[in-house]
Design a protein around this ligand. Structure first.
Ligand code: GLC
Length: 532
């Protein structure tokens, strides 16, 4: 079946992404079809009916390009090749077509800060100092003090040419040299290749880490930790983003979300615009380490006050522990309340697969079970610092991102969705407490709550694009009214004690009940003309 790069359905707006709930699929963990223990496009295609029934309108796929998978695909070795473990190019095209047929858009995770050292570009680059690909990467006679994000030094000595190359992440993930115009052109062509094929946009991986201005000064060190003054947010990053976005804009109705590694809202805001990134992830909100109604409210309010444009809303991803463990202490009630917030507040919601069933963290009981490169790196660093293997394991588990990467728990069977083989990652039976089949069968379950909230959001333009009025925190209740034209919808999420809301005359309850217990929520429409 040919893949169309044309707009999909009639009447769609160029800002379709404002109206969409996204769903992130961690590629190896969704649905296997060939028994190799790794999810694939054929398996994933068979689950599209479920995703359609959930009501999501966009899918973010983590990387599926050819890769040795040191970092599960974030180490790309071939920018236009589908990794064979995920299927053939036709399997991908079929997935894309079938998603489009169900009115679901698909965005790709695009990693352009670095490539795998197995990529042809790097293999050529390392051969000699004067060959054409040398400047695709960053080579120096002497390293500076920059550190790898995964821990340890960011420089590796290569004896073949007696120089060091720069790697912001693992030593097998070499940073591209964005000050080389040929690299920029290559990446533009990669983007065009996938846009031509019909993908609806990109999630640009660590996009403010691009080395656009070469290697600058040493980073200052404060209280023993390095301040990332020179290695990230280099002056040329904005221009690189402009080129990326202009390339995407050669095609109609595409969308770009930027992963920005920064906790400073002024930095995040500077990258969010129609000419740069349509939206950016704000980890101050998304990766709050533990529950606090006040902190969540404050972050929501800061985004409203200090970040022009449209925010993103998420509480989970493949890089952080699962929502239910991190923010809800295992309590489905609180998980549902957080879902209500995420799906009714102003912004583009991103659900992390399995979050809608309350899937929990997994723990590696031995180092052999750990796959994540960040966890493994911290294990080695802990050993090198003199820790015992047990201490090093617990240190590794603190950094281990496998926690939230376990296979989608479709039903109560062990290794559900991976029936003909064991999944790529070890799960222990005690972690299989929840599953989709069970959750769907019970009214008021997490899954059915997500479904009802998404259905409501899809129906109500006000919840999609409405502005805020009265965003406030009162007695641990987060409250806001979304306003669009003359419609007003108020949302009250109660993280405090029981209380009863007196509804304005003529209001229509859209979801919930005015008698609010802890973690209950209420969504109601004002009768026209009344204010909260
Ligand atoms: C992003 C990804 C993360 C990956 C890193 C390097 O932060 O989300 O999983 O390890 O980039 O590509």
């Amino acid at each position: 079946m040919p893949v169309s790069s044309q707009p999909l359905t009639g009447g769609e707006s160029e800002n379709w992404w404002k109206e969409s709930v996204f769903y992130q699929i961690y590629m190896p963990s969704f649905q296997d079809s060939d028994g190799n223990g790794i999810s694939d496009f054929t398996g994933m295609t068979s689950r599209l009916d479920y995703l359609q029934s959930l009501g999501i309108k966009g899918i973010w796929l983590t990387p599926f390009l050819k890769s040795p998978k040191v970092d599960n695909g974030y180490d790309v070795a071939g920018y236009t090749e589908i990794d064979p473990v995920y299927g053939t190019p036709d399997d991908f095209k079929n997935f894309l077509n079938e998603a489009h047929r169900r009115d679901i858009k698909v965005i790709m995770d695009m990693v352009v800060n670095h490539t795998s050292t197995e990529s042809r570009w790097f293999q050529e680059s390392r051969k000699s100092r004067d060959q054409p690909y040398r400047d695709y990467y960053i080579w120096r006679d002497q390293p500076n003090n920059w550190e790898s994000f995964f821990g340890g030094k960011a420089w590796e000595y290569d004896s073949l040419t007696a120089q060091y190359y720069y790697h912001k992440f693992d030593v097998r993930m070499a940073d591209l040299n964005w000050s080389n115009p040929r690299v920029v052109e290559e990446i533009q062509n990669v983007l065009r290749y996938w846009l031509e094929l019909g993908v609806d946009g990109f999630r640009m991986d660590v996009i403010n880490f691009l080395t656009t201005d070469g290697i600058l000064s040493d980073n200052p060190v404060k209280d023993g930790s390095q301040q990332h003054i020179y290695d990230i947010d280099q002056p040329g990053v904005m221009e690189a983003m402009r080129v990326i976005k202009a390339t995407v804009n050669e095609y109609d109705n595409r969308f770009v979300v930027g992963e920005i590694g920064s906790d400073k809202l002024e930095i995040l805001s500077q990258y969010q615009s129609p000419e740069l990134m349509d939206v950016v992830f704000n980890f101050n909100f998304g990766s709050i380490p533990e529950f606090s109604a006040e902190r969540i409210f404050n972050e929501l309010q800061s985004m409203e006050k200090r970040m022009p444009g449209y925010p993103t809303l998420f509480f989970g991803s493949h890089d952080m522990p699962r929502l239910i463990d991190r923010l809800a202490d295992g309590d489905p009630g609180r998980a549902k309340a957080l879902a209500a917030l995420m799906l009714t507040a102003k912004g583009v919601p991103f659900i992390y697969y399995g979050e809608e069933t309350g899937m929990q963290n997994i723990v590696a009981e031995t180092m052999n079970e750990m796959v994540d490169i960040q966890g493994k790196t911290h294990y080695q660093l802990a050993l090198a610092a003199g820790k015992t293997p047990m201490e090093a394991l617990s240190e590794a588990n603190r950094h281990n991102r496998d926690k939230s990467r376990s296979p989608m728990q479709w039903d109560g069977s062990v290794h559900a969705g991976f029936t003909t083989g064991k999944p790529w990652i070890k799960i222990h039976d005690n972690y299989l407490k929840v599953n989709l089949e069970q959750s769907l069968a019970f009214t008021g379950s997490i899954t059915n709550t997500y479904k009802a909230l998404i259905t409501l959001r899809n129906k109500e333009k006000t919840l999609q694009v409405g502005s805020y009025e009265n965003l406030e925190l009162k007695d641990a209740q987060i409250q806001f009214t979304r306003v669009y034209k003359d419609d007003q919808i108020t949302v009250i999420i109660n993280f405090g004690n029981d209380s009863t809301i007196v509804l304005p005359a003529g209001s229509e309850v859209l979801m919930g009940n005015p008698a609010l217990k802890t973690n209950d929520f209420l969504i109601f429409r004002h009768s026209s003309g009344t204010k909260r």
